[in-house]
Write a protein that binds this ligand. Structure first.
Ligand code: FAD
Length: 430
């Protein structure tokens, strides 16, 4: 009862505590141990959080994290690199603390198959690992088949930069090579996709770079949607800082792209609208859950993983939990902050199940900060509560930054953006 009241209190102020996210109080966390084997697939925002918090809530668990890359570059902050005011090294995370501080076994490999009957995962390197519970947070993959003329093989010529790392570097170097007066074209994806405000932060920060170094250049966004996250705030910021450098075309206004001529860097839009030629093109493909969850048979017709949104347990298999961008999570957006909250929910749900306790109704939150210049931040925030079978937004919680605010206010939000980055990356990989 005490915890219920505390949770209600925190919700009223749009704040969530670890206990409200997880239903695991200090009294439960700590000494419990039964040696159950938990395998976590993917060391990104969701998987790394789940692995760390499984060990935090129940140090006796045998937790193995499988991730092919020894360094994870966060997508958050990758637009700052593309905008030319952040270094790739500063968005790189490692698994040292996971291994040395939290006692998670980290295996540098990829899962190629899951034998759900025998509860075993198969690795590309040939090994097999047995599990009692499997957690999967493998992120997204792309549906290149939705637009003609372009495939995954073209990602070097026309980068997506929607998984950070090498792709981020490629897009940045194409921009630095582009002459002043060139045209940058972004092809933005339809919903649902990873990080709803992400394309528009990217546009803003490329405009910031052009304004400093290549002021005669132009930016055209061809969007598969008619509106986007924090649109009013972005458009206000674009008018304030970049004049008419950015031209955004919504789906009904010639933004829907049907074909790309990769050699020419030309986008063909719907009949009746003009073709658009780029010097640098950023094609962000339509998206779906990562390949491995399709291969395991966990996805629905739309290409995402339906789960019990109270625990993130797969609807297809009671021993597999799927979280992060791959999952269908009600009102929660596909974001690093959501994946981080879901990682704690999953860790707590597994510990409670192993202790024969009933699942709890988790409450969580999301904030997505975006920079329009390095000193102009805007945000959207919301609080979620599991209700009537889904993660639902709590009435009256959250909202977006006010419009028409002072430069000082925007600067403070830019500082919160960097603070958020430090906090969340420490919470996940620290
Ligand atoms: P990921 O973090 O992508 O992790 C998936 C991991 O699984 C990867 O490391 C991958 O190597 C691994 N993997 C995949 N398949 C296998 C396999 N078969 N075997 C083993 N491992 C596998 N979110 C925010 O909250 N705030 C932001 O400001 C923000 N900015 C963004 C900006 C951009 C440009 C982009 C693209 C995204 C941004 N996001 C932001 C979104 C955020 O990055 C994702 O929503 C989040 O990382 C999703 O977490 P995840 O665990 O589902 O997937």
């Amino acid at each position: 009862m005490q915890q219920f009241n505390r949770r209600r209190f925190l919700q009223a102020f749009g704040i969530t505590s670890l206990a409200s996210v997880t239903g695991v109080s200090g009294a439960i966390a700590g000494g419990y141990s039964n040696g159950a084997r938990i395998v976590v697939v993917g060391g990104g925002s969701g998987g790394a959080t789940a692995a760390k918090y499984l060990k935090t809530f129940s140090p006796g668990l045998d937790v193995t994290l499988i991730e092919p890359n020894s360094t994870y570059h966060t997508c958050y902050g990758s637009n700052w690199v593309i905008g030319g005011f952040e270094d790739m090294d500063n968005i790189a995370q490692t698994y040292d603390a996971m291994r040395d501080r939290h006692g998670v076994k980290v295996v540098a490999d990829s899962v190629t198959a899951v034998d759900a009957d025998k509860r075993r995962v198969h690795l590309a390197g040939g090994d097999e690992i047995k599990y009692d519970k499997l957690v999967m947070s493998p992120g997204i993959d792309f549906r290149y088949d939705a637009v003609e003329g372009i495939s995954e093989d073209d990602a070097e010529a026309i980068p997506h930069a929607w998984k950070a790392g090498e792709q981020t570097r490629i897009l940045r170097s194409q921009l630095t090579d582009m002459p002043d007066g060139g045209v940058f074209v972004m092809v933005a994806p339809p919903n649902p996709f990873r990080c709803p405000p992400g394309p528009y932060e990217r546009i803003s920060l490329i405009a910031h770079y052009f304004k400093q170094e290549k002021p005669k250049s132009k930016i055209i966004v061809l969007d598969a949607k008619d509106n986007f996250s924090k649109q009013g705030l972005f458009e206000e910021g674009w008018a304030e800082h970049y004049g008419d450098m950015i031209e955004w075309r919504g789906a009904s206004d010639g933004g829907r792209v049907e074909e790309i001529d990769v050699g020419e860097k030309m986008a063909r839009t719907e009949e009746g609208f003009e073709r658009v030629k780029a010097d640098v093109m950023n094609f962000i493909p339509h998206q779906r859950a990562a390949k491995i969850v399709h291969d395991v048979g966990l996805t629905n017709d739309e290409g995402w993983v339906p789960v019990d949104q109270r625990t993130f347990k797969s609807e297809m298999d009671g021993n597999i939990y799927v979280l992060g961008d791959s999952s269908v999570a009600g009102a929660m957006p596909k974001s690093g902050h959501s994946a981080n909250n879901q990682g704690k929910i999953v860790a707590a749900a597994i510990v409670r199940e192993l202790m024969d306790q009933e699942p709890f109704d988790p409450s969580s939150a999301n904030t997505c900060y975006s920079l329009i210049t390095p000193d102009h931040g805007v945000s959207v925030a919301a609080v979620y509560q599991y209700k009537d079978g889904a993660q639902a937004g709590v009435d009256g919680s959250g909202g977006v930054s006010p419009s028409g605010e002072s430069a000082d206010f925007r600067k403070r939000e830019a500082e919160y953006t960097r603070g958020w980055y430090k906090g969340i990356t420490y919470d996940i990989w620290g």
